[in-house]
Design a protein. Structure first.
Length: 214
């Protein structure tokens, strides 16, 4: 009689939190958030230029432009997933917006307000999870919330003359882009960075090491 055996495949690693106390930032946390913010600020500069080229494609249905907004929401999600401390999402997004302003953009200093509300949206979701959950669902929700906050500001500052239907459609496209591009895309980017060894001193690096053991 044959004897059955159970699989000994190791369980997926649990989420690793930042070292307590969460409010005590390490020097490496600040430096990494700054590096991410500057890097994404340069990305913003390129994305802003590209947007001016493709913007006419959205003239027939302006809410469709929300599908590309997710790129501007990435710093908040990535910063939050890497540092995993209160304020990381907001700080990274604000730094990216500041670099975008310094490099010049078509919206001027208003990008600082955009950065603040976008970063706050992601921050609120991570706080709702008490900085304990950093998987795909949490990342997607953080990106979506960042998008919702962006729409709340933009439909007042830029698109006040839009119809209610267009504003609702814009909310849908931005939220979708936030969840997929910033949320899922940001989560994948953090995983990719962890595989390079760049996040050895962060929880994402510890999670990667746990996945690769055995």
């Amino acid at each position: 009689m044959s004897q059955s055996t159970e699989s000994t495949r190791p369980a997926a690693p649990r989420t690793v939190r930042a070292r307590a106390p969460l409010g005590r930032w390490r020097s490496v946390d600040l430096v990494t958030a700054a590096v991410l913010g500057v890097a994404f600020g340069v990305v913003f500069w390129g994305w802003n230029a590209l947007y001016t080229v493709v913007e006419p494609a959205f003239y027939a249905f302006r809410p469709a432009a929300g599908l590309v907004v997710g790129v501007w929401l990435l710093p908040a999600v990535v910063g939050g997933l890497v540092v995993r401390r209160p304020g990381a999402a907001l700080l990274t997004e604000m730094l990216a917006a500041s670099v975008s302003l310094l490099l010049a953009n078509q919206w001027g200093a208003s990008v600082l307000v955009s950065g603040a509300v976008q970063g706050l949206g992601a921050e609120l979701v991570l706080a709702l999870f008490v900085y304990r959950r950093f998987g795909v669902p949490a990342a997607a929700l953080a990106g979506a919330a960042s998008g919702v906050c962006a729409v709340a500001y933009e439909t007042t500052a830029y698109y006040a003359d839009w119809s209610g239907a267009w504003k609702l459609a814009y909310l849908g496209t931005v939220t979708l882009s936030g969840a997929l591009v910033a949320g899922v895309g940001g989560w994948l980017l953090v995983r990719a960075l962890a595989r390079t060894g760049a996040l050895q001193r962060f929880p994402a690096g510890a999670e990667h090491r746990a996945r690769t053991r055995g």
